[in-house]
Design a protein around this ligand. Structure first.
Ligand code: NAD
Length: 337
C-alpha cells in the first residue's frame, strides 16, 4: 500500500515540533513547511493537508490541490476552512477537540486577573524605575457577576476556576445544559440578561454565521456600563468598531483579548494587497479600529496565543497524527463536516 502524501504547514516554525510531527507520522510521506500556507508553496500532489488557524483554506487553495482527501486542522476552531467547498469536493475535515480546555481557560483567567489587578501597567511602571502604586488600584473578583458565553469545554473549565474566586457565574449557551449548570453552580440566563448583569463577560463560542458580531454597534449599549470584555475565542465574535466606540464612551471599562476581528492584517499588513478590491475599505477600517483598541490604556491584547503551551501543543500533534493515521486505515475521527 502506498504511503499517504501529507503536506503540513507549521507556522510555528519550531524545530522540536517538526521533529515530533515526523516521529508521529512515520507511516505517511510527510513534508512540513515551516510557515503558514501560501499558494506558492502548496503541493498539488498532497492528499492530506495539515494547518494551524492562520492558514486560510479557501476555494483558491482547494483548486490547487486536486488530490486532497483530508484536511487535518491543528486546532479546535475550523472557521479558516471553507467547509462548503470541501463538501462539494468530498474532502473530509477533522479537528482537535478538547486539547486545550485548561490551557485556554488558564490564559483567560490570566487576562481577567491582569485587568482586575492592573498587572501590565504595574509591571511596566516598576521596570521603568518607578516603585510607586499611585493610580494602580484594582478591584476584587469576589462577589462580581461573571457572564460566560458558551459553556463547552473551555467555558466550563473557566467556570470551575471562577468559582474558586467566589464570583457569581451566569451563562448563555444556545444549548443550555441544566445538569451541567447544577453540577458547576451557575445559572443560565438570556443573552440580553447576561449583557446587562455581568461585570465581566467572557466569550467561549465558535465563530459561526450565527455568532459573528455577537457584540455589535446595536447591542453594545445593553452591556452594563463599566463592564469588561474578555475574548479568547475568535475575533469575529466582537465587532471591532463597536468595541472601539464602547471603550471611547466608557460603556466598556476595558478588554482582555487574545483574538481580534481580522487579526490576520495585524499579523501581516501585506495581506491587504491580496484582498479583493471590494473588501479592502472594510478591512482597513477594522484594522484602524484594532489599532485604537490595542493602544487603549485599559486593554491588554495577546497575539492569539492562548493555545500555546508545551503540553497543549503535544496534545495537538498527538491527536492530529491520530486523525491522519485513522484516515489512512480507512476510518475517520473528529470530523467537522
Ligand atoms: P466547545 O465546542 O466545547 O463549546 C462551544 C460552546 O458554544 C458549546 O456549548 C455550544 O453549544 C456553544 N455555542 C455554539 N453556538 C452558539 C451560539 N450561537 N450561541 C451561544 N452558544 C453557542 O468549544 P471549546 O473547546 O470550548 O472552544 C470554544 C472556542 O474557543 C473554539 O470554537 C475556538 O474558536 C476557540 N479557541 C481559541 C483558542 C485560542 O488559542 N485563542 C484555542 C482553542 C479554542
Amino acid at each position: 500500500m502506498s504511503k499517504l502524501n501529507c503536506q503540513i504547514f507549521d507556522s510555528m516554525g519550531d524545530t522540536e515540533l517538526k521533529k515530533y510531527l515526523h516521529s508521529k507520522l512515520k507511516s505517511c510521506k510527510i513534508r512540513v513547511i515551516s510557515n503558514e500556507l501560501s499558494l506558492k508553496t502548496i503541493d498539488s500532489k498532497a492528499e492530506v493537508l495539515g494547518v494551524f488557524v492562520d492558514s486560510e483554506v479557501d476555494k483558491k487553495v482547494l483548486d490547487k490541490m486536486p488530490k486532497l482527501k483530508l484536511i487535518a486542522t491543528m486546532s479546535t476552531g475550523y472557521d479558516h476552512i471553507d467547509l462548503e467547498e470541501c463538501k462539494k469536493r468530498n474532502i473530509t475535515v477533522c479537528n482537535v477537540p478538547n486539547y486545550g480546555e485548561n490551557t485556554v481557560a488558564e490564559h483567560t483567567m490570566a487576562l481577567i486577573l491582569s485587568l482586575s489587578r492592573k498587572i501590565y501597567p504595574s509591571i511596566k511602571r516598576v521596570k521603568e524605575g518607578h516603585y510607586d502604586f499611585v493610580g494602580l488600584r484594582g478591584f476584587d473578583l469576589k462577589g462580581k457577576a461573571i457572564g460566560i458565553v458558551g459553556t463547552g469545554s473551555i467555558g466550563i473549565h473557566l467556570i470551575t476556576m471562577l468559582k474558586c474566586f467566589e464570583t457569581k457565574v451566569i451563562a448563555y449557551d444556545v444549548k443550555p445544559n441544566k445538569a451541567t449548570a447544577k453540577k458547576y453552580g451557575f445559572t443560565y440566563v438570556s443573552f440580553d440578561k447576561l449583557l446587562s448583569r455581568s461585570d465581566i463577560i467572557s466569550f467561549h463560542v465558535p465563530l459561526f454565521p450565527s455568532t459573528h458580531h455577537m457584540i455589535n454597534k446595536k447591542n453594545i449599549k445593553k452591556i452594563k456600563k463599566g463592564a469588561y470584555l474578555i475574548n479568547t475565542a475568535r475575533g469575529g465574535l466582537i465587532e471591532a468598531e463597536a468595541l472601539a466606540k464602547g471603550l471611547k464612551s466608557g460603556q466598556i471599562a476595558g478588554a482582555g483579548l487574545d483574538v481580534l476581528e481580522e487579526e490576520e492584517l495585524l499579523q501581516n499588513p501585506k495581506k491587504i494587497l491580496y484582498t479583493e478590491k471590494k473588501d479592502r475599505d472594510g478591512l482597513l477600517k477594522t484594522n484602524q479600529m484594532n489599532k485604537f483598541i490595542v493602544d487603549h490604556p485599559n486593554t491588554i491584547i495577546t497575539p492569539h496565543n492562548a493555545f500555546n503551551s508545551t503540553e497543549a501543543l503535544k496534545r495537538i500533534i498527538d491527536i492530529t497524527a491520530e486523525n491522519i493515521i485513522a484516515y489512512s486505515k480507512g476510518s475517520v475521527q473528529n470530523i467537522v463536516n
